[in-house]
Design a protein around this ligand. Sequence first.
Ligand SMILES: [Zn+2]
Length: 267
Amino acid sequence: MFKFEFFPFDFNFFSSFLYSSYHFIFYIFSFLWGAVWGSFGGTIIYRSKEGISILSPSSFCPKCKNPIAWKHKIPILSYIALRGRCVYCGGKISPIYFILEFLSGVLAVSCVFFSGSFIEFLVNFLFFWGLLTGAISDIFYMAVPLPAILFSTFASFASIFFPNRNILDVFGGIIFAAGTLFAIKFLYKIVRKKEGLGEGDIISMIPVGAFLGFFGSIYVFIISSFLGGLVAFVLSLLGLKGKDDPLPFVPFIFVGTLMTFLILRFT
Ligand SMILES: [Zn+2]
């Protein structure tokens, strides 16, 4: 269990007011940091879908192709100020940006709570941010952008250096997590003669397995399958989903991973 020790020096001589406002500013900064990554995640989703490089050119409107000025690229605020429309042509800006910027901001603040050092914060945040980006993309497009999962994978391998981790658990987790989904996909195809799980679901499980290890991956598998099954059942009861309509699975992997992370932390 880690103790939250972001402050390298003793604050005892500060007044409590200064101390709490320091906290407040610190959380604001964390939220902004997350929101900037969320904006990048929105770009990754859009560009992966369109097959454009995520590095160049700089942001442009998908409709009129005009480059977007820096003042119209401020996470969350720009979307609200422009009411989700392009400043030149009035074309609709995808709500994915706003949703991902807000959720990534919340994620960053949450990661501050659950990390004991700046390095640990970075690893936790990038791991969950990549997975969150994959989940949002899966909901909107039934596709998982590979660059986002690569960020998660790098972060999950960096977690090897945390206390209580070892290389055996990392690879055991990967083999169980990705292997189980691969086996299910394979069997499903033989029995039902159609695709039940996508490649995106399987590659998303690689960082999850590496990050949470063997037993953690078992939890994720149980929780995400249960939640996915439950939501599929409720949606078909409500008539919102046909028997053969696919359901994005990465959002359930994300929730299952978050829940497992918290369970392992607090038990
Ligand atoms: Zn435009």
